[in-house]
Write a protein that binds this ligand. Structure first.
Ligand code: FES
Ligand code: MG
Length: 568
C-alpha cells in the first residue's frame, strides 16, 4: 500500500524532514512510516452552529477508533453553517463551505476523511467536498436532539415554531405562552428533531451508502452515538487500506436509493437541491425528473413531523432507518455498495419495526404515494417542486388569482394590511428569492398567510416562489421555481390578478394569460440584490439554478486528490 500522505512524509530530504518535524507533536517516528493512514476529521463543530456544538466530543470517539485501527487522527475544523443564525441564508455559504473543505482536504497530507456534520448545510457541503476530492470518506452524523415538551405536548423543531407563531397571529395562543415555549424547544444537543433538512440529509448520507449502516438517527446524547463514532473511525482506516472512494459508493444506484428513502421518510424538499449538487460533483447523471420518476409511488412510511406526527427520537426507538429500508427493500438497488464495501440491503436482516405507529408497515402506509412532485408549465419551464405529503389535498388542484410580492420585505410590509385584496382562493406569489435574486435562495417559500385570513380560520393557501422552504415547514407550497425571476424566469412577468393554475396530478404550473401578452410584459426586477464584491458577487455570477443543484458552475465535477506542487 502506498499512502497519499507519503508524498509529504517519505524520504530523508529537507522537505520530508520539514513535513514530519512540525507534525511530530509527540508522535513517534513510526507515525510517518507510510503504513499508518492519516485520517482527517473534517469537523463542523462551532458554538454558532448550536446543532453541531457537541461534535468535538463525537470527534474524540472517532479519534479513538482511528487509533485503535492503526491510523493517525487529525482534527480539521472546517467552515460551519448554523441554519438559524447565518445571514442572509446558510444556503448562500454552502458552496463556499464545500469549496473550502475540498481545497483543504486536497492540500493537506491526509489519506482519508471522516465527515462530521449535523446542521442542514453541513452534511451536504462535506459530501460535495469529499465527492470532488474523491479521497476515502465516511460521514458521521451528529444525531438529532431529544424531544422537548411544552405543557405536556412534544415540540417539533421548526415545525412547531411555524405553527405556534401562526397561532399567535391568529389570536388563538397568547404571546406569553409562545415565549414560554422557547426554552423547551431545544431540549438537548443535536440537530433538529423533525424530519427537516438535517435529519433528512443524515438519512440521505446513509441511503447513499456514506455512513456505517445503522448510524443515522442515533440521538446526539445517546451513548450509542459515541460507539458508532468509534466504529466509524475504525472504518475510515479500513477504507484507506481497501482504497474505497466516494465515487465507488455514490453511484447512480445509490442516488436512486436516496430518492426512494426521501419519499418513504417524508424528507425535506431541500434534499433535491443537495443531492443534485453532490451528483454534479461526481459526474453521476441525475436530474430533477429522477425525483418524480423514482419517488412517486413510494409509500410514506415514517410518521414524523412535518408530514406526520412523531419526532426523530421516536424513529430511533421504533427501529430506525434500517427498519424503514427493510420495509422498502424491494425498491432499493441491491448492488449499491456502502462504505463498508457491502450493499446496503445486506444490513437489513436483523432490522425490525418496534412501533408500527411510527414506522408504518408497507401494507398500511401513511400515504400510498409520497415523493416530490416536479411541476412544469409556462410558469416553471425548467421545473418547480412540491411535497404533496406536506400539502392540503384539496389545494393540489387549484385555480386562483395571483397576489404578487417582490421580496420578503414586501410580504412583511403588506401581508397583514386589511386593505390587501386577497381571499383564501388567492395564490400568493413571492419572487426575487432564488439563488441569484436574494442571493442564496433562502427558506422563505412557506410565506405566512394574511392575518385576516388566519383570523377566519384559513390555515393553508397555495404559495409559489423561487425560494426554498425549511424542511420542517408544511403547506401547499410550490418551491424552487426555475428559472428564478432574477435569471429572467416567468415569475418576473406575473402580475397581481393573473389566474394561476396548479395541477399536481398533471404535474402542471401555469399562468393563464395569452402567450403574446405575457411575453411582451417587462420583467419586474425590484426585489433583487446586486452585491458588488466578494463571495456574493462570485456566487451570483456562477451559481446554477435550483434544477441543477445551485452549485457554482466551475465547481461541478471532480479535481481528484493531487495535492499540487511542493510548498517549499
Ligand atoms: Fe441546525 Fe435545525 S437549525 S439542525
Ligand atoms: Mg433549514
Amino acid at each position: 500500500m502506498s499512502l497519499r500522505s507519503s508524498q509529504w512524509y517519505s524520504g530523508n530530504d529537507r522537505n520530508s524532514y520539514m513535513h514530519r518535524a512540525w507534525m511530530r507533536r509527540g508522535l513517534p517516528r513510526e507515525a510517518f512510516d507510510g503504513e499508518r493512514p492519516h485520517i482527517a476529521i473534517a469537523n463542523t463543530a462551532s458554538d454558532l452552529t448550536p446543532c453541531n456544538s457537541h461534535l468535538n466530543e463525537v470527534g474524540k470517539s472517532v479519534e479513538q477508533g482511528i487509533w485503535a485501527a492503526g491510523g493517525i487522527p487529525l482534527n480539521l475544523p472546517v467552515v460551519s453553517l448554523g441554519e438559524t443564525n447565518v445571514r442572509p441564508t446558510a444556503m448562500l455559504w454552502r458552496n463556499l463551505a464545500a469549496m473550502a473543505t475540498e481545497e483543504m482536504l486536497r492540500a493537506n497530507p491526509i489519506d482519508g476523511v471522516v465527515l462530521l456534520g449535523g446542521c442542514d448545510k453541513t452534511i451536504p457541503s462535506l459530501l460535495m467536498a469529499a465527492a470532488s476530492v474523491d479521497l476515502p470518506a465516511v460521514v458521521m452524523p451528529g444525531g438529532p436532539m431529544l424531544t422537548g415538551t411544552f405543557r405536556g405536548t412534544p415540540l417539533g423543531c421548526g415545525t412547531d415554531v411555524w405553527r405556534l407563531s401562526e397561532e399567535v397571529r391568529a389570536g388563538t395562543l397568547s404571546s406569553k405562552a409562545f415565549l414560554d415555549s422557547e426554552s423547551a424547544m431545544i431540549r438537548s444537543r443535536g440537530h433538529c428533531n423533525t424530519m427537516g433538512t438535517a435529519s433528512t440529509m443524515a438519512c440521505m448520507a446513509e441511503a447513499l451508502g456514506m455512513t456505517l449502516p445503522g448510524t443515522s438517527g442515533t440521538p446526539a446524547p445517546d451513548s450509542r452515538l459515541l460507539e458508532r463514532s468509534h466504529e466509524t473511525g475504525r472504518l475510515a482506516v479500513d477504507l484507506v487500506r481497501e482504497g474505497r472512494r466516494p465515487s465507488q459508493v455514490m453511484t447512480r444506484g445509490s442516488f436512486l436509493n436516496a430518492i426512494v428513502t426521501l419519499a418513504a421518510t417524508g424528507g425535506s424538499t431541500n434534499a433535491v437541491i443537495h443531492l443534485l449538487a453532490i451528483a454534479g460533483r461526481l459526474g453521476v447523471e441525475l436530474d430533477l425528473d429522477d425525483f418524480d420518476r423514482t419517488g412517486s409511488g413510494v409509500p410514506l412510511l415514517v410518521d414524523l413531523l412535518p408530514a406526520g406526527r412523531h419526532l426523530m427520537d421516536d424513529l430511533f426507538r421504533a427501529g430506525g432507518l434500517l427498519a424503514v429500508f427493510k420495509e422498502i427493500a424491494d425498491l432499493l438497488d441491491p448492488t449499491a455498495v456502502t462504505v463498508t464495501g457491502r450493499p446496503l440491503v445486506d444490513y437489513l436482516a436483523d432490522a425490525e419495526i418496534w412501533d408500527e405507529s411510527v414506522i408504518r408497515r408497507r401494507a398500511d402506509p401513511l400515504l400510498p404515494d409520497a415523493g416530490i412532485a416536479v411541476l412544469r408549465g409556462n410558469l416553471a419551464p425548467n421545473g418547480a417542486v412540491i411535497k404533496p405529503a406536506a400539502a392540503s389535498p384539496e389545494l393540489l388542484q387549484h385555480r386562483g388569482r395571483a397576489v404578487v410580492f417582490d421580496s420578503i420585505e414586501d410580504v412583511y410590509a403588506r401581508l397583514d394590511s386589511p386593505e390587501l385584496d386577497v381571499d383564501e382562493t388567492s395564490v400568493l406569489i413571492l419572487r426575487g428569492c432564488g439563488p441569484k435574486g436574494y442571493p442564496g435562495m433562502p427558506e422563505v417559500g412557506n410565506l405566512p398567510l394574511p392575518a385576516k385570513l388566519l383570523a377566519k380560520g384559513v390555515r393553508d393557501m397555495v404559495r409559489i416562489s423561487d425560494a426554498r422552504m425549511s424542511g420542517t415547514a408544511y403547506g401547499t407550497v410550490v418551491l424552487h421555481t426555475s428559472p428564478e425571476a432574477a435569471a429572467g424566469g416567468p415569475l418576473a412577468r406575473v402580475r397581481t390578478g393573473d389566474p394561476i393554475v396548479l395541477d399536481v396530478a398533471a404535474r402542471r404550473l401555469d399562468v393563464d394569460v395569452p402567450e403574446a401578452e405575457f411575453a411582451a410584459r417587462k420583467p419586474a426586477m425590484d426585489g433583487h440584490a446586486e452585491p458588488v464584491r466578494g463571495w456574493q458577487r462570485l456566487y451570483i455570477d456562477h451559481v446554477t439554478q435550483a434544477d441543477r443543484g445551485a452549485d457554482l458552475d466551475f465547481l461541478t465535477g471532480s479535481s481528484g486528490d493531487y495535492p499540487g506542487r511542493e510548498s517549499h
